[in-house]
Design a protein around this ligand. Structure first.
Ligand code: SAM
Length: 240
């Protein structure tokens, strides 16, 4: 008799802790990070070992900072880097914003301040003075221009632990993708994607965990959707 082997290929259940954190805190902050993405970061941050750090480029008012720092182990520090002068959409519209005050108060309200080192500066300057520890999880969500993405990768990849994870926000954005593709050979293996986030890691432990499978499955779904979209566009062009 053949045994059919089944793998847990569904998204892991949200824990009570995550549900409370998201509904009570993260969902109320200004920003763009969606529930699935926050859960993905929260679950990935759990896997960062004690002697490593988390680095976040682009905190805004702290949605992702809180997801990353609340999920991680007690001794893991999240370095949250942002000049706090607003998102590119606000800056290019000439809107002056200072996200620092809300950011700090959101960290306090969520009870994660003691696990976050706030660096009010640009990513490339913070990288020059970074003294370690090696990075277990690098989240890149700064300016979404090709040059900025390349600068962020080049500045921080040298500090990545061999089993570290790199996550890009909004990888489907043409400019972001151009930056990622340009440095694809330097990045670890593709792990998968969820929502607007794309993850890379060489850690087999993570690749084999439910979150890795969840990410891979979502990535496959996204690729199928993209292919269907491309076919539809070609057909439409032929019909016109
Ligand atoms: C889309 S927002 C980040 C959203 C945030 N991750 C969240 O969960 O809500 C982009 C942020 O990147 C910051 N930023 C832009 N250039 C940067 C750079 N070179 N280094 C660090 N942060 C940068 C901006 O100030 C802005 O707050």
């Amino acid at each position: 008799m053949h045994r059919i082997k089944t793998f847990g290929i569904s998204k892991p259940d949200e824990s009570e802790k995550f549900r409370k954190l998201f509904d009570k805190h993260i969902s109320g902050f200004n920003g763009w990070l969606e529930r699935d993405e926050a859960f993905f970061l929260y679950e990935l941050s759990k896997m960062v070992e004690d002697e490593l750090a988390i680095v976040e480029i682009g905190s805004y008012e702290g949605k992702s900072t809180v997801a990353l720092s609340a999920g991680s182990k007690e001794n893991v520090i999240t370095h949250a880097i942002d000049p706090h002068t607003g998102d590119i959409s606000e800056v290019s519209a000439g809107i002056k914003v200072d996200t620092y005050r809300n950011f700090v108060s959101n960290l306090l309200a969520s009870g994660v301040s003691n696990k976050v080192v706030v660096k009010r500066m640009y990513s490339q300057d913070a990288a020059k003075e970074y003294k370690g520890p090696p990075i277990g999880l690098l989240f890149i969500d700064g300016w979404h221009t090709t040059d900025a993405v390349i600068t962020d990768i080049d500045s921080w990849l040298p500090y990545l632990d061999p089993h570290g994870i790199v996550v890009f926000d909004d990888w489907g954005d043409a400019e972001v993708w151009a930056g990622i593709s340009d440095r694809l050979n330097n990045l670890p293996k593709l792990l998968g994607a969820v929502g607007k986030d794309l993850a890379f890691t060489n850690s087999t432990k993570i690749q084999q965990s439910p979150i890795g499978v969840f990410a891979k499955r979502t990535y496959t779904r996204l690729r199928i959707l993209n292919t269907l979209r491309a076919i539809k566009m070609t057909l439409r062009r032929k019909l016109i």
